[in-house]
Design a binder for this molecule. Sequence first.
Ligand code: GLP
Length: 241
Amino acid sequence: RRLSRDPATSQPLAYLRLRRAIRNVVEHRDIEPGQALPSERDLSRLLQLSRVTVRKAISGLVEEGLLNQRHGAGTFVAERIIKPMSRLTSFTEDLRARGLNPRSEFSERVIGEVTPEESMALNLSPGVLVARLHRVRYAKEEPLAIERSVVPASILPDPTIVQDSLYQVLEALGARPRRALQRLRAVSLGAQQARLLHVPAGSAGLNIERRSFLDDGRVVEFTTSWYRGDIYDFVAELQTD
Ligand code: GLP
């Protein structure tokens, strides 16, 4: 429905417009995760675009992880969350891009003195104050990740202003992370983590540590996360030197 309303044209950038239109459809859940897209042939007929244009738009979205293709069966809206590793995006942005509605439940939002471990991770002097955020992150009722973030209080003096997105608040404070180092390791989720994530104890998880920086080199956040291994795929583009 939406696709036919989008003024996809036969201009040179038609595939980019079609790509945007398909993304809209997915974001608005006009086609649900796991459901099939119309066939390439139907799309090209319906939208009066060449098959090449349609294929190009779709293959871009497959690479991004928004769609997946099953040989012989067609193109589907992806059910797993496929996260490109090279982009510095937030949980909220990743979920919204997939038409999902992110939500957080906080168990802690406090200011405290930096621990020795945190002071090393954030490159802060002992005794300095930090904001600590502990939360479970959901898409609707489905828990996807547990996150513990530490941010220097000089950047985030009042952690209770973070209701949903930490990065949105940082952006508003003029401290949006520009660069990050991230470590990802496989873990099996302990009893407590598994309970929070609604999976059996011992399930596969991904432990991610992210240290983000401002342009001037200051560390903005040190976040440790546990993502559900049954939902997330982390993908990266590789290049030769
Ligand atoms: C991801 C990262 C975290 C980051 C978070 C911010 O989950 N792993 O390091 O803190 O995004 O997300 P949001 O802005 O939705 O709070």
